[in-house]
Design a protein around this ligand. Structure first.
Ligand code: NDP
Ligand code: 2IT
Length: 443
């Protein structure tokens, strides 16, 4: 049995009841199987055993009071996965579906994502099963303050730097940063995604979505295509989806779908982003309202099934939202590329189907790395106590996404599998971290 298969079995046995974590482990380990067989040094140094066991996992109670005076209790998590190449770095997710398995899949992926950005950041992730939906600002602040009153002792600008993810944007980061500063009495860049007036970086809000379009452009260019006039199908209507749509439209594409957990919109004339932003960012309504305002658009209740005709598909909502049925729909419509804005949105079976049908696929750890990359740029600006202009940050982001595309395509080719960007990203990320782990001795 190969080292990778052996370790997949072992890791599943050691971590029962964690399906999302198992899925991420399979996705990564099985795609680097041949590479590991050709390079026995990794087995000799028990690198997979060490990488799959987080440095530490912090799980804590978060008690807070709601507006009616009731005491509420949630679970908080921070998994500090690996800091071989830099401080733990990764977002916090607030969503009722959060559990240890979800945080571990995200943290494990984050190690390799952060490595391929070329920036000095390790991997970590955290969050809570707290649901910010329908909560007042006061309740969100109370929750964030309680969350940080426990977490503050484990994080720091050189230790672990959290940021946003699902359910956590600039508002929540602001409340958490405020409480951290109060408890530690230091003004340091311990969080990224902060407000622009207190250390946040320009273009961080847009970075994940913009970065996704920059890497998609690189992919299309390598195939002598471009986005101009293309139909793009996007899922989600949160931070990543909105700014992916914004960049797609500015590059001349037409965004034909967007979704939320209630349903999805098809707009044959192209989504009007000012209407969508007003609904999602300002009024915080359900996506259904869009069809009531925008003539010619249609709302479909329930899970988005990727059935709209499109040239490129960008899943930007959540894990496992693109399954085999979705891929079959995309194939029927002759899609030219799939790039993942969300983390692990494509199921393993759906990924195989894309590969069998030779559909270019850029996995999340490459495609959505623009967000964490600009977070790392925010850390640099905070350390130097400077603020870069939006043009400076945006051009660094563009360059980083181009470098990531070159790295993953070259690595795929060097490993005998041209065009397999999943393999390219996993080998490149793994090699960098694994070599650092070995160089730092048995720890
Ligand atoms: P937001 O909270 O801003 O938006 C999430 C969007 O996805 C919403 O439209 C939400 O709909 C939808 N969604 C969330 N969960 C589900 C679900 N279970 N089923 C259906 N729809 C769902 O989050 P982000 O845009 O920040 O994150 C989206 C994805 O991108 C996540 O996978 C995240 O890990 C990833 N990501 C985010 C980065 C960032 O910088 N923010 C960086 C890299 C990756 P609803 O409002 O109805 O819940
Ligand atoms: O999944 C991710 O890369 C993020 N949610 C962003 C992490 C960060 O530290 O900016």
């Amino acid at each position: 049995m190969s080292y990778a298969s052996q370790q997949v079995e072992n890791i599943i046995k050691l971590n029962p009841g964690e399906p999302e974590f198992h899925q991420a482990v399979k996705e990564i380990l099985l795609s680097i199987e041949d590479f590991l067989e050709r390079n026995p040094i990794y087995k000799e140094n028990a690198v997979l055993e060490r990488l799959a066991e987080p440095d530490r996992q912090i799980k804590f109670r978060v008690a807070w009071r709601d507006d009616a005076g009731n005491i509420r209790v949630n679970r908080g998590y921070r998994v500090q996965f690996n800091n071989a190449i830099g401080p733990y770095k990764g977002g916090l997710r607030f969503h009722p579906s959060v559990n240890l398995s979800v945080i571990k899949f995200l943290g494990f992926e984050q190690i390799f994502k952060n490595a391929i950005t070329g920036l000095p950041i390790g991997g970590g992730k955290g969050g809570s099963d707290f649901d910010p939906k329908g909560k007042s600002d006061n309740e969100i602040m109370s929750f964030c303050q309680s969350f940080i009153t426990e977490l503050y002792r484990y994080i720091g600008e050189n230790t672990d730097v959290p940021a946003g993810d699902i359910g956590v944007g600039a508002k929540e980061v602001g409340y958490m940063f405020g409480q951290y500063k109060r408890l530690k009495n230091v003004f340091t860049g311990t969080f990224t995604g902060k407000g622009i007036d207190f250390g946040g970086s320009l273009v961080r809000k847009e970075a994940t979505g913009y970065g996704l379009l920059y890497i998609l452009e690189e992919l299309l260019q390598s195939k002598n295509m471009d986005l101009y006039g293309m139909k793009v199908s996007i899922s989600g209507a949160g931070n990543v989806a909105l700014y992916a749509a914004e960049k797609a439209i500015s590059l001349g594409a037409k965004v034909v779908t967007m979704s939320d957990s209630g349903g999805w919109i098809y707009d044959k004339d192209g989504i009007d982003l000012s209407i969508m932003k007003e609904i999602k960012e300002v009024k915080k309504e359900r996506i259904k309202s869009y069809a009531q305002v925008k003539k010619g658009s249609k709302y479909y209740e329930g899970r988005f099934d990727w059935s709209a005709e499109c040239n490129a598909a960008l899943p930007c909502a959540t894990q496992n939202e693109l399954d085999e049925t979705g891929v079959k729909n995309l194939i029927k419509n002759k899609v030219s590329a799939v790039a993942e804005g969300a983390n692990m949105p494509t199921t393993l079976d759906a990924m195989h189907l894309l590969r069998e049908n030779n559909i270019p696929f850029i996995p999340s750890k490459a495609a959505n790395a623009g967000g964490v990359s600009v977070s790392a740029l925010e850390m640099s600006q905070n350390s130097m106590r400077v603020n870069w202009s939006d043009t400076q940050v945006d051009s660094r982001l563009r360059e980083i996404m181009k470098n990531i595309f070159n790295l993953i395509s070259q690595t795929a080719e060097q490993n005998g599998d041209k065009g397999n960007y999943l393999k390219g990203a996993n080998i490149a990320g793994f090699k960098k971290v694994a070599d650092a782990v070995i160089a730092q001795g048995v720890v």
